[in-house]
Design a protein around this ligand. Structure first.
Ligand code: GTP
Length: 352
């Protein structure tokens, strides 16, 4: 079976991080985000993945290439102008077999994909939309199913009296490829708002099994930070590219001085250097080549490749893009800093 990953969005909610780094290649702990999805697909026996790209396609191709390093064959469907989530699948349809897995390129789940495909096949479905439960249904588009798990209707941003379910579209689909005929070629089209309602209206069998395990959409700064906390805490299982140490991970090519304090959980990526007297954690992620000076404190933050943190600087609840410099005694709290930001000594991103 082949799979399509929808990876052409601009990721506006993650700006400025996504201005220079498209979401599919944004690091999530030790690897570009889509590698987590490729691992899921390869584990389910998918041999070929079509990555559907529109925004900085060259950056995505440079990282994933032909896929050999990731255990799958990768091809790219490039859109001249973004075609939306449905138009993007349609645009890739010439490359597909009779049944296709589709993943939103910004979700992570510990799903048994083989079981979902087997059920789709056994029940003769035209489409399967995997669902995930949420605790605040009014903020989402809900998907209602009957007792057999067949989708009955979609309810966008429901009023309290309209809420009859707590499940939302998880961005994971199985499609009989022929049903893509419903979409006009070459036009912008939404798979969730236009295509699935049209399929349902035509009377096709659409299944909505609920995934009760781990699921996250990493598309906002809060969720992007949360996925790091979840991986460090083992709520989403990943064998990280480093050696376990004191409840965290230190990559063999990182240098952590004996006098540094490491508070679990944490991840220190390759090429990083942490000086004596620095304090890392909990929930500090140094992706790669990050330098942390003596007396600096970093907690609940993700620092991308090439960042430097000056002596006695403090960073908390923040996301720092690549090559950011944080000066001596600077205080960075709840910040999102784009590539190359320079904060001079004693800068503050929060009230003194
Ligand atoms: P925001 O701008 O922050 O909303 O993020 P986004 O651009 O990623 O949009 P959204 O989260 O709604 O998209 C869901 C998934 O579909 C993401 O993985 C996107 O990369 C992908 N996607 C959205 N629009 C397109 C498109 O026009 N073409 C392709 N190929 N993928 C798309």
């Amino acid at each position: 079976m082949k799979a399509v990953i929808l990876a052409g969005g601009e990721g506006t909610r993650l700006r400025p991080l996504t201005l220079s780094t498209p979401k599919p290649v944004a690091p999530v702990v030790d690897r570009p985000f889509l590698r987590h999805q490729l691992d899921l697909l390869a584990g389910a026996g998918v041999a070929e993945v079509i990555i559907s790209v529109a925004y900085h396609p060259e950056r995505v191709e440079a990282v994933f290439g032909d896929g050999r390093a990731f255990g799958v064959r990768i091809r790219y469907a490039v859109e001249e102008t973004p075609l939306g989530t449905g138009g993007a699948v349609k645009n890739a349809s010439a490359l597909l077999d009779e049944r296709t897995i589709v993943l939103n390129g910004d979700i992570l789940a510990d799903l048994d994909l083989r079981a979902v495909v087997a059920r789709h096949e056994a029940q003769g479905a035209a489409a399967t939309i995997v669902l995930t439960p949420v605790s605040n249904p009014s903020a989402y588009g809900l998907v209602e199913t009957d007792l057999e798990g067949r989708v009955l209707r979609f309810v966008e941003k429901p009023r309290p009296e309209q809420i009859r379910s707590n499940t939302i579209n998880a961005g994971i689909y199985i499609l009989e490829t022929r049903v893509l005929e419903l979409m006009p070629p070459g036009e912008k089209h939404s798979i969730e708002r236009q295509f699935f309602p049209a399929l349902l209206a035509r009377g096709d069998r659409v299944l909505g099994p609920t995934h009760e395990g781990y699921w996250i959409d990493i598309g906002t700064p809060q969720k992007y930070l949360q996925v790091h906390r979840d991986i460090l805490a083992g709520r989403f299982a990943v064998t990280l590219d480093g050696a376990p140490r004191g409840g965290g991970w230190v990559h063999p090519e990182a240098r952590v001085a004996p006098g540094a304090v490491l508070e679990a959980p944490f991840y220190v990526g390759p090429g990083s250097e942490v000086e004596a007297g620095a304090h890392l954690g909990p929930d500090a992620v140094l992706v790669a080549d990050v330098r942390v000076a003596a007396g600096a404190r970093i907690r609940d933050s993700v620092l991308w490749r090439g960042d430097t943190v000056g002596p006695e600087a403090e960073i908390g609840g923040s996301l720092l893009g690549p090559d950011v410099r944080v000066g001596r005694k600077a205080r960075v709290e709840g910040a999102l800093l784009g590539e190359g930001t320079v904060l001079s000594d004693f800068s503050r991103t929060c009230r003194p």
